[in-house]
Ligand binder design. Structure first.
Ligand code: AMP
Length: 451
């Protein structure tokens, strides 16, 4: 998963892009970058690490410009390396063009192979560069038209921001897997992965960019065009389950509201279960637990102190680092736990590493009974659309029954939320347009190039 943010027509463009990326930091922590439009030339600064580590006052001043696009990366394809930090900039026959991408292109390898055979030289190993080379092959003068006719060659998931001198373009794939919203701040336009970054930058939400839609911002005006007929809208349900910030609006309601409702539905599915307290694995688990508590009448208590300076453990790309940071992250609050039967809620169970550790930690702190409740169904299939669950082998629910998983994590009981309940809660009971392929193994729109 990644985050993208762009702003036009603003004397503080680079600084506001920094604010936007800082707000979207939860979406990726490997690298950060900003490209600004400095009147005819594109200026670029990117580095490995957090937004606050990559930029300082001097780099932001040097970027300057009246428009800027930015990216934070959490790699799903391509290695964790500075050459893959985005936005990527290419000097083409169309002039300099920059791209920032959230998603995963399932036919990138085939396209790259073809492009390389016809002479394209790739700078990065990320799938995102393909669209720049496709666009560069066409000598038409209009970048928006060139992109529109080339985006249809891509399969998979994408929310894109493009920048060329005097021009910012946003585009979203025909299924709308990945989010992209449009905002306004005075005379400036904002494009962002989430509404929270528009809010924090002081803007207001205009609307979502529709699946298969492109917005072209030029000379202070935004124009909209369809580059593809919208396929069935299937936004990724994991945005609500885990990725998005609670104050962001998704499918017409805040993520906080959806998670509270999911917690209440978990409580209904477990009606009759007796426990002394209910708690959540911080941070995302907390809201689920509050919803559960309201519905069940079981009091909510915080059982883990989260160290906020470790980052999201799962987000580190290598297993050794993941395990190390998981230890640092959550510390049990012993007197709350001792002698209690506890319902503990986490958003998801992927490899089972986190649940096993925290159940063990509750037991060592003296818990009498631990019921693990998961706010989503078993993840049985990998995601090819940009979430980091790359191989089936790594997914515990693909290899083990629920009973075996319960034993593996050491809980007294294990319950997963039903898919119907999840979709109902996320869509407010009316919107069912979600991609749920990680729970079903049925992929929507995975083209020939997909794995
Ligand atoms: P695991 O420990 O492998 O079972 O992963 C589950 C934990 O990782 C949960 O606590 C989630 O909050 C978190 N998580 C789930 N999916 C992701 C993801 N795609 N990226 C980062 N963290 C995740």
């Amino acid at each position: 998963m990644c985050g993208i943010f762009g702003i036009t027509d603003n004397k503080d463009a680079a600084k506001l892009a920094y604010v936007g990326l800082f707000t979207l930091q939860h979406r990726g922590q490997e690298s950060a970058g900003i490209v600004s439009d400095a009147g005819g030339a594109l200026r670029h600064h990117a580095g490995m690490g957090l937004v606050s580590e990559v930029f300082d006052r001097d780099t932001l001043d040097a970027l300057g410009g009246r428009s800027a696009i930015g990216h934070i990366r959490y790699s799903t394809t391509g290695s964790s390396h500075i050459k893959n930090a985005q936005p990527l900039v290419l000097n083409s026959c169309l002039g300099p063009v920059a791209v920032a991408h959230n998603g995963n292109l399932t036919n990138a390898d085939a396209l790259k192979d073809r492009l390389q055979k016809s002479g394209a030289i790739f700078q990065s190993s990320s799938d995102s560069e393909v669209i720049l080379h496709l666009a560069a092959k066409y000598r038409g003068r209009d970048l928006a038209a060139t992109l529109a006719s080339n985006l249809t060659k891509l399969e998979g998931a994408y929310a894109f921001l493009f920048m060329a001198p005097g021009l910012v373009i946003g585009a979203r794939d025909p299924h709308g897997y990945r989010p992209l919203v449009l905002g306004r701040l005075g005379r400036s336009w904002i494009l962002s992965s989430e509404t929270c970054a528009i809010d924090v930058a002081g803007g207001r939400l205009v609307r979502e960019i529709e699946p298969g839609e492109m917005v072209v911002i030029k000379g202070g005006r935004a124009s909209f065009r369809r580059f593809a007929a919208p396929a069935r809208h299937t936004r990724c349900i994991f945005e609500q389950v885990y990725f998005a910030r609670p104050d962001s609006l998704v499918a017409g309601r805040t993520v906080q509201t959806a998670r509270y409702e999911i917690g209440a539905r978990l409580a209904r599915e477990l009606a009759g279960l007796k426990a002394d307290i209910v708690s959540g694995v911080p941070d995302s688990g907390t809201v689920y637990a509050l919803g559960y508590s309201k519905e069940s009448g079981i009091p909510y208590r915080t059982v883990f102190m989260r160290n906020h300076y470790t980052g999201r453990s799962f987000i580190q790309p290598d297993q050794r680092l993941r395990e190390f940071t998981a230890h640092l992250k959550l510390a049990p609050i012993k007197d709350v736990i001792k002698g209690k039967s506890i319902v503990l809620i986490d958003d998801s169970l992927v490899r089972g590493t986190t649940s096993k550790k925290i159940v063990g930690s509750l037991r060592r702190a003296g818990a009498k009974k631990v019921v693990m409740a998961i706010a989503s169904p078993p993840i049985i299939a990998p995601c090819y659309f940009g979430i980091d669950t790359p191989t089936r082998r790594e997914l515990i629910a693909d290899r083990m029954s629920v009973e075996k998983i319960r034993r593996f994590i050491g809980a007294d009981a294990l319950h997963y939320l039903g898919l119907e309940s999840l979709v109902d809660a996320c869509g407010g009971g009316t919107d069912r347009n979600f991609c749920v392929s990680c729970f079903t193994g049925r992929y929507n729109g995975l083209g020939k190039g997909g794995r």
